[in-house]
Ligand binder design. Sequence first.
Ligand SMILES: [Zn+2]
Length: 293
Amino acid sequence: MSELRKAYDRYIEEKGRWVSERLAGKYMVSQESRYVRPFRIFGNVWYVGDSWVCVHLIDTGDGLLLIDSGNCGATAMLVQAIWEAGFNPADVKWLVLSHGHFDHIGGALFFRRMFGTKIYLGEPDARAFREKPELSLIHVAGDPALELFEPDCEINDGDVISFGKTEIQFYLVPGHTEGCIAAFFDVTGGDRTVRAGYYGGFGFNTLQKAFLDDIGDTAHETRNIYLNSLAKVRNEKVELFLGNHCGNNDTLGRMQKLLDGDRDAFIDSECWGEFLDKKRDELVALMADPAQN
Ligand SMILES: [Zn+2]
């Protein structure tokens, strides 16, 4: 067998092993099958994420704002979605990250290096990138190109920040990560203005006993912190609930209703509170599970 063929076979063998050994390799592969054609959610807010991880584009009237930057390895799809929505990716001036996990920071460095986009991240997650980079989970992401970074701006609890003509009220809602952000802002469509609400991370993967014990939270205090965060923003006025992952607000089901002609498919004053209450109840049940204590 030729040396060239041996080198090729070695490459294929290593590559296969490399992917399968990564816990979350399944999230990296077959990205294109998750492509979602972008659509206008309401007013100046567009959906440019995939069928698993949400990305929202806000046309602020003076530059584009992205909320999250897609799964690792999905940057080309995000760029395609922004073009397909009718915008130029080079006009993305700001990127607000929901939290510092591999499936939300995928395109962050690309946008900063390519277009000078300013990256915003909750202060505790910016600190985690410096001091406990393993909490980003990039080592299980299966993407050799993924790197951590210093954000341009760190978001603190209670910050109010203007992006073009859009003013966002931020809170920190620690739990899923310490630096998860919640965001509230006005969205105008036609002659109506509605209040949008966003909660930057609901997953219980970081609340499991094995995970908390491993990172040194043996009292599992993170779960109480998560419950407090839900309560903190539960009664915010939210008429337009934007998901962090598609399951949060049934993004794809509502998309179908939009396509079927319901222009208000995403306008819903109840679903924010209902979903936060559901997560509270699920977490209380997890905390009562003997296998989790
Ligand atoms: Zn996460």
